[in-house]
Design a protein around this ligand. Structure first.
Ligand SMILES: *Cc1c(COP(=O)(O)O)cnc(C)c1O
Ligand SMILES: [Zn+2]
Length: 417
């Protein structure tokens, strides 16, 4: 039924059967899903897609499953918002927010990759879904596995935000905290995957998982009226999302669904964990691993699996990469909330903060279309704002007290202008 042809090594091009494989046996390059594009081109049109339900599976010909999706059928098609207030604040002409802070069901873009990964894991006969996570993936694997009656084992660094831990445990997932960084969690999980035979969505079935990210890019193009934005700013953790947004744009162009390939992608990281940005800035091929130290925990991967390819993608597209401090992340979270009424998590602060910087540097011109990728919800990382917002004034339940308070507030805001 599907149009998935094979897995292919990104380095040497060797092809592999469509199984639970992720590295090339010959050169250790990563495997990627390839499709029968000729057939897809014949059967897929804008009109066909537009008639389908508003979720990410409307692009199913370009997703790596054989049958019907069985997990997360309602995921995706999140709003693309024209951010008029932010345009004024940043002094640009055409700015959009792609808002996966409201993605179904766990409020981050990870629901896209997980619904693909688990749908495929079921096709391959796996009984247990698993992952190494910086938080959002944990939430999504736990929720989506439960919803399809699968057991899940979720591995996280022990010092994750409390809300992300609660938002995993509540689904009945088996959560294991590891004393170490994400990179140490990931290394352990590779060993567990081999020994226990579970479907680690972002390890042994990573080629399928990663394809889910393309839908973020497909939707941006469709929501712009089948046109690519000139500039897309994307947060990077393992570096997969940015490479897949680019792949999505290229596929749409190749299939004739968008006319113009005039698009650049920009990578965003926190200064406290910016191995990919550093490589781009220095023009280096190799990614030097770092030990993360930032409030943007969802992006805190010091040794990114797709670091090399994300730097390459950024270069190939003609884009650039930047990083922002924890201070700038918080400022950007507040800017987005105060201007557009969108509460993003720390990763969103990273992306908007970096966008602002790139505009100020002149790397992104002020008169061209820009899309800012908001990938997670602020309710999950509230501690980032502790001590950073106004105190709530508390009064007695009396009109007189309130009258006095209004006077005080009027004076205060008059002073602040
Ligand atoms: C995982 C994650 C990312 C980045 O994903 P990669 O594909 O690993 O680069 C971005 N934003 C949020 C909120 C995430 O949870
Ligand atoms: Zn190879």
């Amino acid at each position: 039924m599907g149009f998935m042809k094979a897995l292919r090594c990104r380095e040497c091009g060797r092809e592999y059967p469509r199984k639970a494989l992720h590295v090339c046996e010959y050169c250790f390059g990563p495997l990627e899903v390839v499709y029968e594009y000729g057939k897809i081109k014949k059967s897929l049109s804008k009109e066909t897609i537009e008639k389908r339900p508003q979720n990410m599976w409307r692009y199913r010909e370009l997703l790596p499953i054989d049958g019907e999706p069985t997990v997360g059928r309602e995921v995706g098609f999140t709003p693309l918002i024209r951010a008029r207030n932010l345009e004024k604040a940043l002094g640009v002409k055409e700015l959009y927010i792609k808002n996966d802070a409201v993605n179904y069901p766990t409020l981050s873009f990870k629901d896209r990759v997980v619904s693909v990964a688990i749908s495929r894991a079921l096709e391959m006969g796996f009984k247990v879904a698993s992952c190494a996570s910086t938080g959002n993936l944990a939430n999504s694997v736990a929720a989506n596995a439960t919803a399809c009656g699968m057991e899940s084992y979720v591995f996280i660094p022990f010092d994750l935000e409390p809300t992300k831990i609660v938002g995993t445990l509540v689904y009945g997932a088996r959560v294991v905290g590891i004393r170490g960084t994400y990179d140490e969690v990931n290394r352990l999980c590779s060993e567990i995957a081999g020994k226990y035979g579970w479907a680690f969505v972002n390890i042994n079935i990573r080629p399928y998982y990663a394809e889910g990210s393309k839908t973020f890019g497909f939707e941006i193009a469709e929501q712009l009226g089948w046109r690519l934005p000139r500039h897309t700013v994307v947060p990077m953790a393992g570096g997969s999302l940015i490479t897949k947004v680019w792949k999505a744009y290229r596929e749409l162009h190749m299939l004739g669904l968008v006319d113009n390939m005039d698009a650049k992608v920009y990578g965003a990281q926190a200064t406290g964990c910016a191995p990919i940005v550093t490589a781009v800035k220095r023009g280096k091929e190799l990614i030097e691993p770092v030990r993360p130290n930032t409030i943007a925990k969802s992006l805190a991967i010091g040794n990114p699996a797709d670091g090399y390819y994300s730097a390459k993608t950024i270069r190939e597209s003609g884009g650039w990469a930047e990083d922002v401090s924890d201070e700038e992340i918080v400022e950007a979270i507040k800017l987005l909330a105060e201007r557009e009424g969108i509460f993003a998590e720390t990763a969103g602060g990273v992306t908007l903060g970096v966008t602002k910087k790139l505009i100020e540097q002149g790397r992104i011109p002020r008169d061209e279309s820009i899309v800012v990728s908001v990938t997670g919800n602020g309710l999950k990382t509230q501690e980032a704002l502790h001590g950073r917002l106004e105190e709530v004034p508390t009064i007695n339940a009396s009109l007189k007290d309130f009258d006095e308070l209004v006077k005080k507030m009027d004076e205060k805001y008059a002073l602040e202008g």
